[in-house]
Ligand binder design. Sequence first.
Ligand code: HEC
Ligand code: HEC
Length: 342
Amino acid sequence: MDSMEINKAVAAFLVAGIAFMGAGLISEALVHPAAYKGTAIKIDLPGEQTAAAAPAEAEPPIAVLLASADPGRGEAGVKSAGCVACHSFNEGGKAGVGPNLYGVVGGPHGHMEGYAYSAVLKGKQGPWTYEAMNEWLKKPSAYAPGTKMSYAGLADPKKRADIIDYLHTLAKDPVPFPAAPAQKAGTAAAAPAAGAATAAASPNPAPGTAPAAAPDISALLASADADAGKSSTAKLGCVACHSVNEGGKAGIGPNLYGIVGAPHGHMEGYAYSAALKAKSGPWTYAELNEWLLKPSAYAPGTKMSFAGIADPKVRANVIAYLRTLAASPEPLPAADAPKQPG
Ligand code: HEC
Ligand code: HEC
C-alpha cells in the first residue's frame, strides 16, 4: 500500500475511532487531561506472580468497564505493563517475541499470518471478542493453558479495559464495544450501530445516573437454555426465512450456521441489504442481542422483516441456540466470573 493509502487509512481509522468513542469518552478526556499517572498504576512485569495469585472476585462485565475506559491510558498502559517488549502495534509491524497486535480485536485467535503460535492459542475458535480478550489478559495461562506468552496477567480490571480500548483502536474499522447497561446514554447522535440502537431501544437511562441495570447479555447467556432457544426459533418463525444447517441454502434470509462470531453478512453469495453490509466486525453476543431486540433499530433499512424479540431471556435463549450452530461453538462471555443473583 502506498503512503497516500496509508494516510487515508489512518484518517479513516481516526474518524471511526472518534465516532465510536462517543462524546462521553471525549469529554472525559478533555476534562481530565492529566488524569493518567503511570506511577499510580500497578505494573505487572512478565513472570510476576501477583496477578496469578489474585483471588477471583466478581468484577463488572467488560462492557461496563469499557464504557469508562480510555485508549490514551491504554497506550501508556502497554508500555508500563511491558507488552511493548514483545509486541509491535503498528499496521504491518513485525513480530517480536510475540505477534504484531494491529487488528487483533475481532480478528481470529492467532491472527498474525506467519507467526508460530502455540497449539493452544491456534486451537481457540472464533474471533477475539472483548470478553475473550479480557479473560486472556487477566491471566493468559488460565485462558490458554500452555500458551507461549510468558506473562502473569493484569489483575486490575480497569487497566485491562484501558488496554483493550487501546487495542480496539488499532484497526481501520474498530469493532464496536459491547452494549453496557448504563453507558453512553447521551451520545446516541454520535454513536453508530449498537450504541444508537441501545439508546433508542432502552427506556432511556439518564446520563450520569445508574439506571436499574438490565442484566447484560453475558449474565443472561450464563443461564440461557439453547433447547428453549431452538423451539423459540420455530415459534417465532425464524426458520421460515432461515436455514440453520451447515451448508444450508438461503431462503428469504441467509443460512445461519456459524453466525456467532462470523462477520455481519456472513453468507457468501447472499444479497444482503446495504444496511447490514455496512456493519463491520463480527457478530458478537452483544450485537446479536441488539439486532434481535429490534432489527430495524440496529440496522435501519435492513431487509429482515421481523419486529424483534422483546423478552431478554428469550433473546438470550435464541442466541444460546445460534451459538450451538458451529463445529466449535464460541466461548460464552466471561464464563468464569461468578454470577451474583440480582
Ligand atoms: C514476554 C513476552 C510477552 C509479553 C510481555 C506480552 N506478550 Fe502477548 N504474546 C506473547 C506471545 C509469545 C504470544 C503468542 C502466544 C501463543 O502463541 O500462545 C502473545 C500473544 C498475545 C495476543 C494474542 C495475539 C493473537 O494474534 O491472537 C495478545 C492479544 C497479546 N499477546 C496481548 C498482550 C498484551 C496486551 C500484553 C501486555 C499486557 C502482552 N501481550 C504482553 C508474548 C508476550
Ligand atoms: C421474514 C423473514 C425473516 C424472519 C422471520 C427472520 N429473519 Fe433473520 N434475516 C432475514 C433477512 C432477509 C436477513 C438479511 C437482512 C439484511 O440483509 O438486511 C436476515 C438476517 C439475519 C441475521 C444476520 C445474518 C448475517 O449473515 O449477518 C441473523 C443473525 C438473523 N437474521 C437471525 C434471525 C433470527 C434468530 C430470527 C428469529 C428470531 C430471524 N432472523 C427471523 C429474514 C428473516
